[in-house]
Design a protein around this ligand. Sequence first.
Ligand code: F3S
Ligand code: F3S
Length: 365
Amino acid sequence: MTFVITSPCLGTQDRACVDACPVDCIHFEAGVDAMLYINPIDCIDCGACQPACPVSAIFPESEVTTEESRFININSLWFEDAAAARTELGTDIEPVITAEEVAGSGSGSGDGNDTADEELAYRQVDVTQLPLPNASSAVLSPVGVVALALLSLSLFTMIMFPGPGIIKPAGTTLEIGLTIIVLVPITALMALIFIIHQWSQLGNFSAHDLRNTSPWRVDVSDWRRSEDSRRADLLNIVQSIAKERFDFPNANNPDMRTYVNLPEPQMAIEVQGGSRKILPDIVVLDRPGGRPKLIAQIESRETLTREQAKYVWSELQVKDTPLLLYVPSGLAAQAKDYARSAGIKNIQIRTWRRQPDNVRVREVR
Ligand code: F3S
Ligand code: F3S
């Protein structure tokens, strides 16, 4: 079962449900969609969104009335084919929320308004820990080298020796030479082989590419934080996110329980038939079944590294359990690169941003 948003959302789009959802599975495109949609795969059926909606638009799937039943399909369809879902809904319904409004309020997707974040993070960044370009890891495989060489040779030959003109497109003075006709399929094949063989290395290269950093980071490059300070800071962030997003059990979810494995381990998950135990930062279980409902890992600027992705995130992948990764605002692209190069596919990335009295979390699309 999952929860479904129904017709009262049309023309309202209050969005209180978005803030209430602990796993950020309610989505829409501002300025395009006339209502919001719950992702049936990500929804953990906690029900927190239902009382938050001021127009009672949200119901468990099993309680959706016959008149509203078409919204069950529309909700799930949006995550497969948003255009088809909009057509199914009816194209004459105007969205209430404009893209400008979302951008202005800072509540849309993405990582906008990073200036404030940078100011807050100013005293906490140790730039010596930031990943630096490492060209040596962008190694071409032997197949990649051969494909690239043949690709270059084909292009060179086509340009220098196009051959006798065989095809003359009507109405033009152009002539397509025999060499070009023969070599185009070979060139395309070589390009395809190169991309397939170098895909992971291309990902590495992208992740090692030095991202634009603002000059102040260079200016404070001699700033150092102690290890204790880093640990205390991360602990604070983990506990803030646990409280903000996974405050279980609560009135809506008496059967769910959140465990935070910092500073002391509280709840390990046994995998591979109990032969191995993993300790994510946050674990949400349902009771009395004790099955993991979601796993969350929180990284700071210092702990967001390629090694962390390879040795820690990859370990946290548990079948049928959503893995949420929280990284500092502005570093989502870097986290995506690391996850991709570590071969991690099923991971949902969120960003966190420190605010004066709490930690603000945002979903990344
Ligand atoms: Fe979120 Fe509502 Fe599902 S709060 S997890 S969409 S039931
Ligand atoms: Fe719609 Fe209600 Fe959410 S109006 S946006 S379902 S709070």
